[in-house]
Design a protein around this ligand. Structure first.
Ligand code: GLY
Ligand code: MN
Ligand code: MN
Length: 463
């Protein structure tokens, strides 16, 4: 946890951005896996973490805009809890640790919210994504659980996004440290990537490295020799020479700040002919984003410039043809890159996605596209100093998509299907780093860059 002043300042900044009313920030509760007492590892809500710091189940926080007061809600433990969980700090002490002077038993939340509603005051809440909190909101506001998400406060969403998007120095430090765990995970994967090893063994080692730092992975690890499936969580294959292993994995620090990196490496430690060609195209895409990302440029335009590098590279390989600018404008390259260049990262790996991607990645100026591929770009708006975003281009040969586009004669002016067909057994490559937007441009997060050039990757795999 950070110093209490950090949380006080954040709450004051939030109150300054919301005109009036009560701001309600719900924490998360334990979530049962297969029976009530056997729970998934607890994960606090990220906005609760941001404004009220504590990573324990059963809390809520309220900010009163007009009164300029904050309230912390939670129940003190009883003897039964102490017997099973050990001694616990009082809720009053927990509140004080994050600079809140007034704390109350959880049941009093209903009284305070009910009073505000009776007085005709606005009660702002964020979109709930867990069913227990939808039900709690029904109890607090009278709005049915099934529709309460629609009544989330847009004013509050926009205010939270504005604050959480620009990372403070203490947050950047945590992200850098999370990326150091990512470095350890990815270099371990490179060393273990040998023919005959099962994917799930390596995935398990990576998850263990993340856990050994006290928290967990920042999302379900993707580790596969079938990287053409973008979010492949099937780890059942045995690694074979001739394929590449794509690893998309990250860690959370105890503070819950995240990392998110992807590397694609040759099984056995040596890239083969066409693997080198496609790999270097993706690397050039990745470096293009780094070269041009800076405050003031839209990430939509960075994405488009990267797509041109991809299309030019694939044209040079004989897989695409025609005018590159026109091919990218038409979306022909999306056969190979059907996802976006990146997303915000912070307390969530897809930062603030629960608040609505449209408010996190877009604004009044930059609107999302409906074009296949570009529509999957999570982050399009202008970059600002202090944003942390991912740079994650890829090139995939998805047999079912190739067959479909070919049958439908999609973009035949720009795609050489006869040549593309020969890559249907290739798999996919993605390279991902997390970058901080600085006054001058951008920098990698983390102390060391995970090996990424062909030489660096082969060197570590053959140590
Ligand atoms: N790990 C999912 C992503 O890179 O967005
Ligand atoms: Mn990733
Ligand atoms: Mn990512």
């Amino acid at each position: 946890m950070f110093d209490s002043a950090i949380y006080k300042n954040r709450r004051q900044a939030l109150r300054n951005k919301v005109q009036n009313g009560l701001i309600l920030i719900l924490g998360n509760n334990e979530a049962p896996a297969n029976y009530p007492d056997n729970t998934y590892k607890f994960r606090q809500d990220s906005s609760f973490l941001y404004f009220f710091g504590h990573s324990h189940p059963g809390y809520a926080g309220v900010m009163d805009v007009e009164a300029g007061e904050d309230y912390f809600f939670g129940n003190d433990v009883d003897m039964d809890d102490i017997i099973w969980m050990g001694p616990q700090p009082s809720v009053k002490d927990l509140a004080a640790q994050v600079g809140v002077q007034q704390s109350f038993p959880f049941a009093q939340l209903k009284e305070i919210v009910g009073k505000a509603i009776a007085q005709g005051r606005k009660v702002h809440f964020l979109p709930p994504y867990r069913y227990d909190n939808m039900m709690l909101l029904e109890e607090l506001t009278g709005i049915r659980a099934s529709i309460v998400k629609k009544y989330a406060s847009l004013e509050l969403i926009k205010a939270v996004v504005a604050l959480r998007s620009v990372k403070e120095a203490c947050e950047i430090e945590e992200i850098d440290l999370a990326c150091n765990i990512g470095y350890e995970m990815h270099t371990a994967a490179m060393r273990l990537c040998k023919p005959g090893v099962k994917e799930q063994y390596i995935a398990g080692v990576l998850d263990g490295i993340a856990s050994s730092y006290g928290s967990m992975t920042s999302f379900a690890t993707i580790l596969t020799q079938h990287g053409e499936t973008l979010h492949n969580h099937d780890h059942s294959h045995i690694l074979e020479v001739g394929r590449m292993m794509l690893t998309d994995a990250g860690a959370e620090r105890l503070s819950n700040y995240c990392s998110d990196h992807t590397r694609t490496v040759p099984v056995g430690g040596k890239f083969q002919g066409r693997q080198k060609d496609v790999y270097n195209i993706v690397l050039a895409c990745h470096d293009k984003a780094l070269e041009i990302a800076r405050p003031g440029i839209t990430y939509m335009s960075v994405h488009q410039e990267v797509c041109k590098v991809l299309a030019q590279g694939l044209k040079d390989l004989g897989l695409m043809k025609g005018n590159i600018d026109e091919a990218v404008a038409a979306g022909a390259h999306a056969l190979f890159l059907p996802h976006g260049l990146g997303h915000m990262m912070g307390l969530d790996v897809h930062d603030m996605e629960d608040l609505g991607q449209i408010y996190v990645g877009y604004d009044d100026e930059v609107r999302p596209s409906s074009q296949f591929g570009l529509a999957s770009l999570r982050m399009g708006r202008r970059l600002q100093e202090g944003f942390v975003i991912t740079d994650e281009p890829g090139c995939y040969f998805i047999p079912a998509l190739i067959d479909k586009w070919r049958a439908e004669k999609m973009h035949t002016d720009f795609l050489n299907y006869d040549a593309i067909d020969k890559f249907k057994d290739f798999g996919g490559i993605r390279l991902e780093d997390d970058i901080l937007i600085t006054p001058e441009g951008s920098r990698f997060t983390g102390e060391k860059r995970i090996p990424i050039t062909i030489e660096e990757v082969e060197a570590i795999m053959n140590e």
